[in-house]
Design a protein around this ligand. Structure first.
Ligand SMILES: [Zn+2]
Ligand SMILES: [Zn+2]
Length: 149
């Protein structure tokens, strides 16, 4: 099962790259498209397998370099607890922390952005004189689709 590709989204990231003066190579774009059309979070290995169907010479570093680029640009997120990747739900946004809901049955990931939750975390950390530079918020459970099955 493959999700249809949102051409509008691809066009949007092309424009963002152009305005930032960074190069969205064919490979980087392909990896992004693969992540977008996957119904679940994709591992680097799965992405490599997919990529090799069109680029048989692709090697793991090819995929990792493309993933690093897409992460840097804020187009995708890494799901730390499952070591996989998802598309960001707001590619054009400023850098943001997200809260991921991960379905343990189908590996689908829902990205939530709740500024009040982040503000609460910052406030709690500040009580300890602690400055947050990064955080990972990942919640595991069962998604609506899998629950209704
Ligand atoms: Zn995001
Ligand atoms: Zn599910």
């Amino acid at each position: 099962m493959v999700k249809s590709l949102d051409q509008q989204l691809v066009k949007q990231i092309e424009e963002i790259c152009a305005s930032r003066g960074v190069r969205l190579t064919t490979q980087r774009k392909r990896v992004f498209e693969l992540i977008c059309t996957s119904p679940k979070a994709s591992s680097a290995y799965e992405l490599l397998e997919q990529l090799q169907k069109v680029e048989p010479q692709a090697k793991p570093p090819t995929v990792y370099r493309a993933l690093d680029f897409l992460l840097d640009q804020g187009f995708i997120h890494r799901v730390e607890s499952t070591n996989s990747y998802i598309q960001c739900c707001s590619c054009n946004a400023h850098q943001h922390y997200s809260h991921l809901l991960i379905c343990d049955k189908c590996s689908n990931v829902i990205e939530l952005q709740d500024d009040s939750l982040v503000a609460l975390l910052v406030e709690n950390a500040e009580k300890h004189g602690f400055t947050i530079t990064n955080h990972v918020l990942e919640t595991h459970g069962v998604c609506r689709n899998c629950r209704s099955e």
